[in-house]
Design a protein around this ligand. Structure first.
Ligand SMILES: C[S@@+](CC[C@H](N)C(=O)[O-])C[C@H]1O[C@@H](n2cnc3c(N)ncnc32)[C@H](O)[C@@H]1O
Length: 184
């Protein structure tokens, strides 16, 4: 959506985004065969760059031209500036599909199809929370429901699942769900 592109370009210009690699990716990367990876909504590439250093070939997809311009130009990173509302994941292509801090429900079943046999999905994003929590958006389409992520990948072998309280860059309490699951 054009709105997403404009909104995210503005956010990147105004707000700091985490530059350190995602904790769940760093912790579980040794469960993944080094090969082909997809970084869904890669942002400025903190996780893409980590995967490139590990030896992966990465398709790094994002709608923000500002974010994509910050992703390194190197032969093992295929930068794809496009709208994920219209993008289709190639079936059986990936050893790893990574999705951090982004939700597009249309892609959930495509992610399962996109994994090779033995491929792993690592997915972490925000959950709807009540009370003393900061929601990253008021658009509930972009927030997970309780247990939704687990249900979405229940047909895979679940290596790890957790819903927990975390603190964002501005020191606010948020809730996130994380899953690591493998296609057998
Ligand atoms: C919170 S950032 C997360 C970036 C990255 N995954 C990370 O963890 O650093 C969300 C990203 O989703 C991208 N995004 C939002 N809507 C999108 C869409 N419709 N198509 C592609 N990317 C989109 C934004 O441009 C932004 O880079």
């Amino acid at each position: 959506m054009l709105e997403d592109k404009q909104r995210w370009n503005k956010r990147y210009e105004e707000n700091p985004m985490p530059q350190s690699v995602s904790g769940v990716l760093e912790k579980y990367i040794d469960n993944v065969n080094i090969g082909q990876a997809l970084d869904v909504a890669c942002g400025t590439g903190r996780n893409t760059h980590f995967l490139a250093n590990k030896g992966f070939d990465i398709d790094a997809v994002d709608i923000s031209d500002y974010a994509i311009s910050k992703v390194k130009n190197t032969p093992t990173i295929n930068k794809i500036e496009t709208d994920l509302d219209k993008y289709n994941i190639t079936p059986s292509k990936y050893d790893l599909i990574l999705n951090i801090n982004y939700l597009n429900r249309r892609l959930l079943s495509q992610m399962k199809e996109g994994l090779k046999q033995g491929g792993v999905v690592i997915f972490e994003t925000f959950i709807i929370a009540h009370g003393d929590f900061k929601l990253p958006t008021m658009n509930l389409d972009y927030l997970l429901r309780k247990n939704e992520l687990l249900h979405s990948f229940i047909s895979l072998d679940i290596i790890y699942y957790e819903e927990r309280i975390d603190i964002n860059l501005r020191g606010e309490r948020i809730k996130v769900a994380s899953i690591v699951a493998q296609k057998s």
